[in-house]
Design a protein around this ligand. Structure first.
Ligand code: G1P
Length: 271
């Protein structure tokens, strides 16, 4: 059962400067709604009932966004505005499900995951990277179905342009289980175009096993001097743990870059 999700939110968002010099990128509106709420909606709809936010001291504003009760109560008392009441109820609903842990040094996604160790209860949990929005189809929900069928770890996959492989984790495919799912034989974090085993990229949805914490504890720094979840996954695959790549059906939107962020708003407004 996948009942917990984790969301790394400690990143600085430098690619979105100047918008992120004061605001956390995950609170920036995309078609009138903070990006993080799209991610939360996806989790809830997929059946997750606890969400762990990995934030940093610099991103306290995210905590405040979900814990601003006195402010809402005083406004609602004065104005009795139905729209505000509805929005507040939604925030309260999310708040009850969110827990916070801290990653104050930007040591990478693997290090962020390790911070959630003491809170993870079941053998598997979901991770969503908030830069990656997937619209029109709930990717997490579909991945949970694959996880149930194969009792394995699952990661989202999408083909990217060959000259862009050094921006992504890249899969090496062992064999196809069906049209949309394949057994992963290797995964490499941001390879040079000449060393890339394919152009099938890792997209930010992962169903990870609790066992990964044992690997992360002694995971050495990799590309960019960061601890990568990709490198820990790679070691697990070499130890014969089954990881499945899932070619998701929805549309991918990259909210982490300026062009992508602007385009996300446009695409979502068309739905
Ligand atoms: C992270 C992962 C990378 C993956 C990407 C998906 O990179 O390390 O393997 O392909 O997310 O968005 P980042 O975007 O943090 O550089």
């Amino acid at each position: 059962m996948i009942k917990q999700a984790i969301i790394p939110l400690a990143g600085l968002g430098t690619r979105l400067l100047p918008l992120t010099s004061v605001f956390p990128k995950e609170l920036l509106p995309i078609n009138g709604k903070p990006g993080i709420e799209y991610i939360l909606d996806e989790c809830i709809e997929a059946g997750v009932n606890e969400i762990i936010f990995i934030i940093s001291k610099k991103k306290e504003m995210i905590r405040k966004y979900f814990n601003n009760d006195n402010f809402y109560k005083s406004i609602i008392k004065k104005k009795k505005d139905l729209r505000i009441i509805k929005e507040y109820k939604k925030i309260l609903f999310f708040k009850k499900k969110i827990k916070f842990v801290y990653q104050n040094k930007p040591l990478g996604t693997g290090d962020a995951v390790l911070k959630t160790k003491r809170l993870i209860k079941n053998n598997y949990f979901l991770m969503l990277l908030p830069d990656d929005l997937i619209i029109k189809k709930n990717c997490s929900k579909d991945m949970i179905k694959i996880h149930k069928k194969y009792k394995a770890s699952v990661m989202a996959s999408m083909k990217v342009k060959k000259n862009n492989v050094d921006r992504w984790g890249i899969y090496s495919i062992n064999k196809y289980l069906d049209k949309a799912n394949f057994k992963i034989s290797d995964v490499i974090e941001k390879p040079h175009v000449n060393n890339a085993p394919s152009n099938n990229a890792v997209i930010g949805r992962y169903i990870l096993p609790k066992k990964i914490f044992n690997y992360l504890k002694n995971q050495k720094k990799g590309k960019g001097n960061e601890i990568h979840i990709t490198d820990a996954i790679r070691r697990m695959i070499l130890d014969q743990n089954l990881f499945i790549g899932h070619k998701f059906k929805g549309n991918y939107l990259d909210c982490g870059s300026m062009n992508g962020y602007i385009n996300s708003g446009i695409e979502i407004s068309k739905i």
